[in-house]
Design a protein around this ligand. Structure first.
Ligand code: SAM
Length: 282
């Protein structure tokens, strides 16, 4: 780590609204008012928010394609003693959004990094998902290409937790279709336009959610897929018996079984895999 000098500035990572412009904290407003410069994905987009807040500040663009290059420049500013805020178009920077490169550089350089917490589509969706204390798995955005997307869903399929992911309006229909294909007709929740006028939350089987989206796919989406229901009544606790039990489940692959057994018995996957290879074909 590089030693911090007395001239060093501060990096503020500021969450902004995901829709409703009233959802910004007084602390976030204070920080945006007090920094020297605001780094943002799309300057026009952030300008609208700042105009709404009555804030006038120099803006500089910081977006995915130029993240490395821009981060270096911003780091120089921080080392020269500037106070810099980074925001994304919506929600919390660094969550499926640019931010990580600058954060990592600043941390390595010993620059103070202050999170200004606030909205995130992930947490907003979860707050009305009714999961209670259960764990979840956040998968970010599914890949854009069909083959990679199907592999992605197949890999997620055996997870024993609800899976939550982001999707854009032009890919939501295709993603739900691939999800259905790779995971079966599970229960899910589709969150659309959270905190906005046309906010919606639809719960149902994936097939129904997919149909409901056809031709009605405008807006921003968060998708939650519940784990496959399991009939655990006769589920054995011994490794060999459990491998054979999973082998007899419809549509269960060896790989999926290994993942599930690892979660069931808290054993390393390599050990289960070696044993399953022997038993699976018996
Ligand atoms: N960093 C952001 C956050 O913390 O939520 C996420 C940025 S990511 C590039 C944008 C995606 O977030 C959208 O494609 C959508 O999946 C989700 N999203 C953002 N705003 C949303 C909203 N109001 N309703 C539903 N989903 C939203």
């Amino acid at each position: 780590m590089t030693a911090k000098t007395s001239h060093d500035g501060t990096l503020y990572v500021v969450a902004t609204p995901i829709g409703n412009l009233e959802e910004i904290s007084p602390r976030a407003i204070n920080v945006l008012q007090s920094v020297d410069v605001i780094a943002c994905e799309d300057t026009r987009h952030t300008k609208k928010l700042l105009t709404h807040l009555g804030i006038s500040k120099p803006l500089t663009s910081y977006y995915r394609e130029k993240e490395q290059q821009k981060a270096k420049k911003l780091l120089q500013g921080l080392q020269d003693g500037k106070k810099i805020a980074i925001v994304s178009d919506a929600g919390t920077p660094g969550i499926s959004d640019p931010g990580a490169v600058l954060v990592n550089m600043a941390r390595k350089a010993g620059i103070p990094i202050v999170p200004i917490s606030g909205p995130s589509a992930l947490i907003t969706a979860l707050s009305i998902a009714g999961l209670g204390d259960s764990q979840f798995f956040f998968a970010g955005f599914p890949p854009a290409k069909k083959k990679a997307r199907r592999t992605f869903f197949k890999q997620l399929s055996p997870l024993p937790w609800p899976i939550i992911f982001y999707e854009s309006p032009h890919r939501i229909e295709q993603s739900l279709k691939d999800c259905l294909l790779c995971m079966g007709d599970r229960q899910g929740i589709l969150f659309r336009e959270l905190t906005k006028i046309h906010e919606e939350c639809r719960q149902g089987a994936l097939s129904a959610l997919h149909t409901s989206c056809a031709g009605k796919n405008r807006g921003e989406f968060v998708v939650l897929i519940k784990p496959a229901p399991q009939d655990n009544t006769d589920k054995p606790e011994d490794l060999d018996d459990l491998i054979l039990w999973y082998r007899n489940r419809p549509d269960m692959t060896l790989k999926d079984a290994v993942h599930r057994i690892a979660a069931d018995l808290d054993l390393p996957r390599t050990r289960i895999y070696q044993r399953a290879l022997i038993l699976w074909k018996k």
